[in-house]
Design a protein around this ligand. Sequence first.
Ligand code: PAF
Length: 283
Amino acid sequence: MDIIKTKAQMQEWSKKRQRESKTICFVPTMGYLHKGHISLMEKGKSLCDTLVVSIFVNPTQFGPNEDLASYPSDIENDLALAEKAGVTAVFLPTKDHIYPENFQTEINLKSLPNFLCGKFRPIHFSGVATVVTKLFNIVMPDIAVFGQKDYQQLQIIRQLTLDLDFDVKIVAGPIIREKDGLAMSSRNAYLSASQKKSALSLSKSLHLARELIAKGEKNLVTIRNQIEAFICTFPETTIEYVSFCDPETLEDTDSIENQILLALAVKVGKTRLIDNALIDPAQ
Ligand code: PAF
């Protein structure tokens, strides 16, 4: 497994693969790898000849009061996991390398960041869109895999790829859960044993919504109220949002006619967790 630390080396590596007619799949991460990341890597490996994983805790996607300083990190373990997963190259840039002095450009989308997490994390998606644009230009992949847990991020990346004419196919990887239903996330490392129990309120809410819809409940406001009341029964939870929305535009919906996205953000203690499910009311 190659470990690459500079943009020039990364671009050279990718150009060499292109000259050899090898396809490149890319999984961008912020490290502290877990089974969710590994499943994206496995998907990536099955789609291309080579697999590049980046590990970079991108400072521009963290707000001033967020967890940039405490974001978990274990590079040694990440490299061992990546090697085991069959990754061909890991790109490990430094902050100064990605954002040199006098860096000025930001990528902002007009609509998709205005909903869900974007309402609570105003600079987050601009940071994500900017760094992913840079990473696409540096790694030059044929395919990039993003997890569905960050559904809004996935939609934003799909849109920016289209808008900026990147010749990159965006592939979605399913949400990977612990046995008890908790969606895997690097941030789960912050949770105490009792907080982990409260964190189950998210996946259980998705289940509750499905159950209510299956029983014939058609009023999404009623379902949302029930979910909110349910989450509040778990200690240390603070709801940021419970939203039923259009899976394409992310605009709120009150119609149960077509497929809908149920997306949640809940703080458990100080840890902000998200989860979501696509629900097909007809089924
Ligand atoms: O999903 C993540 O880990 C990050 O938002 C990403 C896509 C690597 C950009 O920093």
